[in-house]
Design a protein around this ligand. Structure first.
Ligand code: ZN
Length: 594
């Protein structure tokens, strides 16, 4: 790897033992700290706000210079210090990383493919994270399936001997550590297709068995990407873009990066040859692609000031995820509508489901979206059985805040599109982070003081949003129906040993009022055995107000409860177009058609 010495820091990564899920790494530092070099691995990956302690997957680590082993001292759970290297010598670290997490957040390696985020594999070199680096991606050692190629938005090291060919193994480069860890790498015998959106090549990479109609997928993604580029203005901020997609039987996930996204999808969510229309699962996959792509602007370039720069060693707190995730969640489906991929009726169906979901969570009355953002590290990302009672999602409620803000601004002659434009010009293009009150200030400029004050109260408070009234002003009818004809217990169930386990018990529901708890295993209802099928059958012939005797185990103790059934709450929201005329019709067209 002599060529790699042209950079201050160089890495080499090899899928060395695919069957054992081990990557082998070499890190070469041309001018190590003479007092002893420090090294560390991030504790979290931007976009996924949870401390994950990636260093726990380093299974061996050694250091040497001039052929001599150097002592290593571990300083804490994620950092090390190497004994001073002889003057003028190159420091080399060799280590192995265990990669067996099938998610978009870490790394995964077997005989079928290798995938990694830089945060899981590349040690940060203390004092040199601003320096350019080279990365040599090496082909697998040992048995693998098929002819492996490489897909990554990491730029190829043009001009270097050993520069990778397109989609090939070899040398790549990054301007600094921040860029190095923002380009995940996929390697394997994947399928790929390319389309251009406003002149920028976009690559769709599919790993795993599938029968995807790539032509259809590209034909749908292109207008979505072009619509988003158009919203922020040409040129697009990336030279090329990669949708790195892992196809599995059952899975869902996405993580945004500056010029790519890592996606995990179920096989059935992909389009197939001869598929008619846009089935719901595929609509969901397009929405996921649209969501991650929108992040190319909103959070990867327009960032909260708290993320400029990221501190990857610990939690980075911001109260603004309702804007970065919520606005993105609003635009992901809206982009499908405005680019003609889904019909207005589909869009209203999706919106109705989001509203229904938010209104069903008692936690929305306890936690604001600003607090949910701040506490994401310990609450949203670490949900337990009490989550629905204690937490509101800054994604879903945040998207409804975006909707209300958009409609309020439109009534004042502006729009959320104009907010995004201002954010892009002031923060995205300049690299200046958005201060914690930055969105309120822009809302005030574009919509006036009352809109800004409403926004602050909406994101800092727990009141339900004025959706029904606002949507009516845009010619949208709001219909609230009972979830079911039968009464309600206020529980979510799961199969349990010998009965039905209560996975969640909602605050305000009859089960909690009777004393039942999450974790209880219901074994009989009204004197009849409860089995794994859930409790719905016991409710079907009952009325609100009926009493029901429930026997349940709490741990190994049998308990008896008397539940008074209540009507299911009115939270099934359905939206539809109503006959609108004049200004209302004009407003609706401008909103839905953009
Ligand atoms: Zn997101």
């Amino acid at each position: 790897m002599s060529a790699a010495l042209t950079a201050p820091v160089a890495y080499r990564i090899t899928p060395s033992r695919p069957a054992a899920h081990l990557f082998k790494l070499l890190c070469r530092i041309a001018a190590p700290d003479p007092a002893g070099q420090r090294l560390s691995l991030p504790a979290w990956i931007p976009g996924s706000y949870m401390v994950r302690e990636f260093a726990r997957n380093i299974v061996s680590l050694t250091a040497r210079a001039d052929g001599q082993a150097l002592a290593l001292t571990q300083l804490d759970k994620a950092s090390w210090q190497v004994a001073p290297a002889p003057a003028g010598s190159v420091l080399e670290l060799e280590y192995e990383v265990y990669a067996w997490d099938l998610s978009v957040r870490t790394a995964h390696l077997d005989q079928n493919h290798g995938f990694f985020n830089g945060t899981s594999v590349f040690l940060a070199v203390g004092g040199q994270t601003a320096a350019p680096c080279l990365v040599e991606l090496c082909p697998p050692e040992g048995e693998v399936e098929g002819e492996w190629q490489v897909a990554t938005a990491l730029p190829r090291a043009e001009g270097e001997a050993g520069c990778a060919a397109p989609f090939g193994f070899g040398l790549y480069r990054a301007a600094d550590y921040d860029e190095l860890v923002d380009h995940p790498v996929e390697m394997g015998a994947f399928t790929r297709a390319t389309f251009t959106a406003h002149g920028v090549p976009h690559h769709v990479i599919l790993t795993g068995r599938h029968d995807c109609d790539l032509e259809r997928l590209c034909a749908d993604l292109k207008p979505v990407c072009e619509w988003q580029i158009g919203l922020f203005g040409q040129p697009a901020p990336m030279r090329e873009y990669y949708f790195l997609t892992m196809v599995v039987g059952d899975g869902y996930g996405g993580l945004e990066h500056r010029a790519s996204t890592a996606l995990l999808t179920s096989r059935k969510a992909l389009p197939w040859k001869g598929m008619e229309g846009t089935p719901e699962d595929y609509r969901g996959f397009l929405g996921l692609c649209s969501h991650e792509y929108f992040h190319s602007w909103n959070v990867k370039r327009i960032k909260p000031a708290a993320f400029v720069p990221y501190d990857l060693s610990r939690e980075n707190y911001t109260r603004l995820l309702w804007a970065f995730e919520g606005f993105t969640s609003y635009y992901d489906d809206l982009a499908l509508l405005r680019s003609g991929r889904i019909a207005t009726a589909d869009y209203l169906e999706i919106l109705g489901k989001t509203i229904t979901g938010v209104l069903r969570g008692p936690g929305r009355l306890r936690q604001s979206v600003a607090a949910s953002s701040f506490e994401a590290w310990t609450k949203y990302y670490r949900q337990d059985e009490n989550a629905p009672n204690a937490i509101v999602s800054y994604y879903t409620k945040g998207s409804l805040v975006a909707l209300c803000l958009d409609l309020k601004l439109r009534k004042k002659g502006s729009s959320l599109d104009a907010v995004m434009g201002a954010l892009w010009q002031r923060h995205g293009q300049t690299g200046v982070g958005v201060p914690e009150d930055g969105i309120f200030a822009i809302a005030r400029e574009l919509g006036g003081k009352p809109v800004a004050e409403w926004l602050r109260a909406a994101v800092e408070g727990c009141e339900d949003l004025p959706l029904e009234a606002l949507l009516k002003d845009f010619g949208i009818a709001w219909d609230a129906k009972p979830v079911a004809e039968t009464p309600w217990l206020g529980v979510k169930t799961a199969a349990g040993e010998g009965g039905v386990r209560l996975a969640q018990v909602l605050d305000g529901g009859p089960a909690l009022a009777a004393g039942l708890s999450a974790g209880d295993v219901v074994i009989a209802v009204g004197g009849l055995r409860a089995s794994g099928d859930g409790l719905d059958a016991f409710l079907a012939r009952r009325q609100a107000g009926d009493k029901l005797e429930i026997h349940a185990f709490r741990r190994d103790e049998l308990k008896r409860f008397e539940v008074v059934l209540a009507p299911a709450p009115d939270t099934q929201i359905t939206l539809s177009l109503h006959a609108a005329r004049g200004a209302t019709l004009e407003r609706r067209k401008a909103w839905l058609e953009g």
